[in-house]
Design a protein around this ligand. Structure first.
Ligand SMILES: Cc1ncc(COP(=O)(O)O)c(C=O)c1O
Length: 454
C-alpha cells in the first residue's frame, strides 16, 4: 500500500526566525513553564501551529523540515491521516480505564504477527522510563537477584532505576543511585572506550565487561539492559556481533537480557526490531515511541513463562493508571497498522540507505566531520575539532550550527557534537534531497568560516 503522506516537502520561511508571534508566545510561556524543557525547543523559540509529514509549521506561517522527528517518536510523519481518524473515532467512544477494549485486543493480535521469537506477552504503560522500570522489576522477580548491568553511553530514562543505569554523566548530582549498578563498555567504535580499533580488537570491550563482572559481581546479576543501537549517545551502531556477545555473557551469568527498543523498535533501523540485526532474541523487550504515533504509550514484551512470575504477574502487579487504556490502544493499533500496511520498515531501510549515501561524502568533504554513520533511518554525524584527536566540537560551535540550520528552515539535533538524525519513516527521496541541500549549505558555511570563528 502507498504511503499516505505528502512527498517532496520543502522549507518555506516568510519571517525571520523565530517570528514575532512565536517570540511573543514563548515569552509569555516563559512566565509559567519550569526550567529544563528540551534544549532544541528552547533554542528554536518557535511555537507550533500544525505539522504534516516532515513539515512543522509555526504560528508565523513558516514551514520547517523536521529531522528531529520527536527523537524517534515520529515514525508515521506528523498528522498521518489514518492515525488522526483512528484517534478521533476512539476519543469519542471511550478513553479511560483498563478494561479490555476492541482496540487493545486488535493491537495485541496485530503485534503478535510481528513478534520477535517467543516474545508474545505484552503489558502496556505510558512512558519509556516506566516500561524500563517494569522490565527491571520483572527481571528481579524472575531471577531472585538484583544486580543490573548496563552500558557506557546508555540511556533508559530519568526515573530512579533507569537513571541509575545511565552510562553518561547526565545523572551526576542525582545520587545515591540504586544499588547493584554495573556499567560495562559499549562498542562505540568511533570513540572506542579501550582505544583499540575494530575488527582487530576482537571485540575486546566484551572481554573487559565479562572480566569486570566476574571480579565484581559473580552470580548476582539479574539482567543486562542494552540499546541495540544507542540513541541518546549519538545513534551509535555497534558491530553486529556485539549484541550476540552480550547475550552470551548474560547466559554465562544466568541473567536475563533486556533489549531496550524504545527507539530501535518498529522499523527505525530497517528491521522490525533492533535486536533482529544481530539475530538475537532477548528475554524482555521494552518498546515505546513510534508505536504510539505521538500518543504516550510504551510496553514490556516478554514470554509466556516470564510474565507469570509473582508478584509482577499478580492482579495489579504490573499495571498502571494509563497503560493500555482504550485511547492509547487505538493509537498503538493505528500506528502499528500503518507501519505494516504502508511498508514503513522497508521504507526506513531504503530511505535510510539513500540518506546515508547522500551524506557519507561529508566525512571527506568537511574538515569538521569525523564520521558519518547510519542504519535504517537512524543516522549520525560526528562533528569534531580535529579528525585525528576526535575532540568534539564545542557547545558554542554546535549551538551556532543548530541556529544556522534553523534559519534555513531545518529542525535538527545539531546542537550536540554527535548530531543525530531520525526523520519520519514515511520520508521520500525528494524530501531527503531537499534536506541534504540545506545540510550542504550550512556545512559549506561552517567550512568557509572555520570552526574557530563560529
Ligand atoms: C532507549 C530509551 N529508553 C528509554 C527512554 C525513556 O523514555 P521516556 O522519555 O518516554 O521515559 C528513552 C528516551 O529517549 C530511550 O531512548
Amino acid at each position: 500500500m502507498e504511503i499516505s503522506q505528502p512527498i517532496n516537502q520543502k522549507v518555506n520561511l516568510i519571517t525571520s526566525i523565530p517570528g514575532k508571534k512565536s517570540q511573543q508566545m514563548r515569552n509569555e510561556e516563559d512566565l509559567y513553564i519550569a526550567d529544563g524543557l528540551q534544549g532544541f525547543a528552547l533554542m528554536a523559540g518557535i511555537v507550533v501551529e500544525s505539522a504534516f509529514g516532515n513539515i512543522v509549521k509555526d504560528v508565523d506561517g513558516n514551514e520547517f523540515l523536521d529531522i528531529i522527528g520527536g527523537i524517534g517518536v515520529n515514525g508515521l510523519g506528523h498528522s498521518h491521516p489514518k492515525f488522526v481518524k483512528a484517534i478521533a473515532e476512539q476519543v469519542s467512544k471511550a478513553s479511560v480505564g483498563s478494561f479490555t477494549s476492541k482496540a487493545r485486543l486488535d493491537f495485541f493480535k496485530l503485534i503478535d504477527t510481528i513478534k520477535l521469537g517467543n516474545l508474545n506477552r505484552i503489558q502496556l504503560y505510558s512512558s519509556g522510563s516506566e516500561a524500563v522500570e517494569s522490565a527491571l522489576r520483572l527481571a528481579k522477580n524472575k531471577t531472585g537477584k538484583w544486580e543490573m548491568v548496563s552500558f557506557s553511553g546508555g540511556f533508559h530514562g530519568k526515573t530512579h532505576g533507569a537513571l541509575s543505569l545511565m552510562g553518561s554523566d547526565f545523572k551526576k548530582s542525582y545520587g545515591p543511585y540504586a544499588p547493584g549498578v554495573n556499567i560495562i563498555p559499549y562498542a562505540n567504535c568511533y570513540r572506542c572506550p579501550l582505544n583499540t580499533a575494530y575488527p582487530g580488537c576482537g571485540m575486546a570491550c566484551l572481554e573487559v565487561g565479562r572480566a569486570h563482572l566476574k571480579a565484581n559481581v559473580g552470580s548476582g546479576v539479574a539482567a543486562f539492559i542494552i540499546e541495540p543501537v544507542q540513541g541518546t549517545a549519538g545513534n551509535i551502531i555497534p558491530p553486529q556481533e556485539f549484541l550476540t556477545g552480550v547475550k552470551e555473557i548474560a547466559q554465562e551469568f544466568d541473567a536475563l537480557l533486556i533489549s531496550d527498543e524504545m527507539i530501535t523498535g518498529f522499523g527505525r533501523t530497517g528491521t522490525f526490531w533492533g535486536a533482529e540485526q544481530s539475530g538475537v532474541i532477548p528475554d524482555i523487550m521494552t518498546i515505546g515511541k513510534q508505536f504510539g504515533g505521538g500518543f504516550p504509550i510504551s510496553g514490556v514484551v516478554s514470554t509466556d513463562e516470564l510474565v507469570k512470575v509473582k508478584p509482577w504477574g499478580n492482579p495489579s502487579g504490573s499495571s498502571s493508571s494509563y497503560g493500555g487504556n482504550p485511547l492509547a490502544s487505538a493509537a498503538a493499533l493505528a500506528a502499528t497498522n500503518i507501519i505494516i500496511e504502508e511498508n514503513l520498515v522497508m521504507n526506513s531501510k531504503k530511505m535510510g540507505a539513500y540518506f546515508l549515501e547522500k551524506i557519507n561524502p561529508f566525512a571527506d568533504r568537511y574538515s569538521f566531520v569525523g564520521e558519518v554513520r547510519g542504519i535504517g533511518l537512524m543516522l549520525g554525524i560526528e562533528m569534531v575539532k580535529n579528525k585525528k584527536t576526535k575532540e568534539p566540537l564545542s557547545k558554542n560551535a554546535t549551538n551556532w550550527i543548530f541556529k544556522e540550520f534553523l534559519n534555513k528552515g531545518l529542525l535538527t539535533m545539531a546542537y550536540a557534537s554527535s548530531f543525530r538524525i531520525q526523520p519520519a519513516m514515511t520520508i521520500d527521496h525528494d524530501t531527503i534531497d531537499n534536506i541534504v541541500e540545506i545540510m550542504e549549505k550550512v556545512f559549506n558555511t561552517v567550512e568557509e568560516k572555520g570552526i574557530k570563528e563560529i
